[in-house]
Design a protein around this ligand. Structure first.
Ligand SMILES: Cc1cc2nc3c(=O)[nH]c(=O)nc-3n(C[C@H](O)[C@H](O)[C@H](O)COP(=O)(O)OP(=O)(O)OC[C@H]3O[C@@H](n4cnc5c(N)ncnc54)[C@H](O)[C@@H]3O)c2cc1C
Length: 290
C-alpha cells in the first residue's frame, strides 16, 4: 500500500486527482477500523493530517468556517460559544482519544446516518465547502448526503471546511445510546432557534438512510411562536405545544430495525428527544441569555 502525505492543500488536491484509488485519511478513527476489520483494501492512503490549512477555524461574515481537519477536542475547546449545538455533539463522540483524532471532515466524509456532527449542522443550516484542483463549491448540508455512507462528494474532490452560522439563539443536541459514552447513536436530535430570522432548525440522526430534518415540526413551531408573539414575550410554552412538536419530530423519521434498536423504539425515543430539546431550548430562551 502506498502512503501519500501532502504538506499543503494544493498538493493534497493534486494528489487526489493523480491517485483516484487512494482513500483519504484525516484522523483515521473510521478508516483504520475499516482497515483493521479487512472491510477496506485500498492500494493507497492519502493522509491529510499534515495539511495545516484544514486545521484552522475562524469567524467570517456571521459564520464560522471550520476546517475539515478540526478535531472534536478543538471544537469543544474553542467553538462552544459560537457553535453550541455542534460542540454539544462533539462532547458525546467516543472517548478522549477519539475526540483528539476524529475530525468534522471525517464525520462528513464517512456520511454515516449516525454521525453526531450531522444533526446540529442540519439544524444550524450549515454548508459544506468542497474543492478539487479545478473548482471549489459549497453544498447545503441538507443536500450533501445521498444514502447510507454516500455523499455528493466527487471522486476528484476533498472536503475543505464546513460553514456554520454563528448561533443566534439556543441550540441543543440530544442522543440516545445503549450507554453514556463510546456509543453510536441509536437516534439523535438537534434543535436550533434562530431568533433574528425567526426560524427553527432541526436535525435527526440515526433514524433514516441519511440525516433528516423535521420540516413539519419546524413550520409548526415557527407558526406557533409567531402567532402567540412568544419570540418577543418569551412566555412559557404550553405542554400541548411541546408534545405536538415531539410528535412531528417522530413522524419525520424514517427508521429501520437494526442491531441497535427497532424502528418503533427510535420513533418513540425521537418523540421524547424532540419534546425535551424544545423544553431545554425554551427554558434557556426564557432566561433571556440568548
Ligand atoms: C471507538 C470509536 C468511537 C466512535 N464514536 C463516535 C461517536 O460517538 N459519534 C460519531 O459520530 N462517530 C464516532 N466514531 C466514528 C469517528 O470517530 C468519526 O466519524 C470521526 O469524525 C471520523 O473522523 P476522522 O478524522 O477520524 O475520519 P477518517 O477515519 O480519517 O475518515 C473518515 C472518512 O472520511 C473521509 N475523509 C476524511 N477527511 C476527508 C476530507 N478532508 N475530504 C474528503 N474525505 C475525507 C475518509 O476518506 C473516510 O472515508 C467513533 C469511532 C471509534 C473508533
Amino acid at each position: 500500500m502506498s502512503f501519500i502525505q501532502p504538506n499543503n492543500w494544493l498538493d493534497a488536491l493534486e494528489a487526489r486527482v493523480a491517485h483516484p484509488e487512494a482513500v483519504a485519511v484525516a484522523g483515521g478513527t473510521d478508516v483504520l477500523v475499516e482497515l483493521n476489520f479487512g472491510r477496506l483494501h485500498p492500494s493507497a492512503l492519502l493522509d491529510l493530517s499534515r495539511v495545516g490549512e484544514l486545521r484552522t477555524w475562524g469567524r467570517e461574515n456571521g459564520q464560522v468556517r471550520v476546517g475539515s481537519g478540526v478535531t472534536y477536542r478543538e471544537m469543544i475547546a474553542d467553538l462552544s460559544g459560537d457553535l453550541p449545538g455542534l460542540t454539544m455533539a462533539a462532547r458525546t463522540v467516543g472517548s478522549p482519544p477519539i475526540r483528539n483524532r476524529g475530525t468534522v471532515g471525517g464525520n462528513l466524509g464517512s456520511a454515516s446516518p449516525a454521525g453526531d456532527c450531522h444533526p446540529p449542522l442540519m439544524a444550524a443550516g450549515a454548508e459544506v465547502e468542497v474543492a478539487s484542483v479545478h473548482r471549489s463549491r459549497t453544498i447545503p448540508i441538507s443536500e450533501f448526503f445521498v444514502g447510507p455512507k454516500r455523499s455528493v462528494l466527487g471522486e476528484d474532490e476533498l472536503i475543505a471546511a464546513v460553514w456554520v452560522p454563528v448561533a443566534t439563539g439556543p441550540q441543543v443536541f440530544t442522543k440516545v445510546g445503549t450507554r453514556n459514552a463510546m456509543v453510536i447513536a441509536v437516534c439523535s436530535f438537534a434543535l436550533a432557534l434562530r431568533r433574528p430570522e425567526r426560524r427553527v432548525g432541526t436535525g435527526i440522526g440515526s433514524a433514516g438512510p441519511v440525516p433528516l430534518q423535521a420540516h413539519a415540526a419546524e413550520r409548526f413551531l415557527e407558526g406557533h411562536l409567531e402567532e402567540t408573539g412568544a419570540w418577543d414575550s418569551r412566555a412559557p410554552l404550553a405542554e400541548s405545544v411541546l408534545a405536538r412538536f415531539g410528535q412531528l419530530v417522530a413522524e419525520a423519521a424514517r427508521p429501520i430495525d437494526d442491531v441497535r434498536a427497532t424502528a418503533a423504539y427510535r420513533r418513540r425515543a425521537l418523540e421524547v428527544l424532540g419534546r425535551r430539546a424544545l423544553s431545554w431550548c425554551w427554558e434557556e430562551y426564557m432566561g433571556g441569555r440568548t
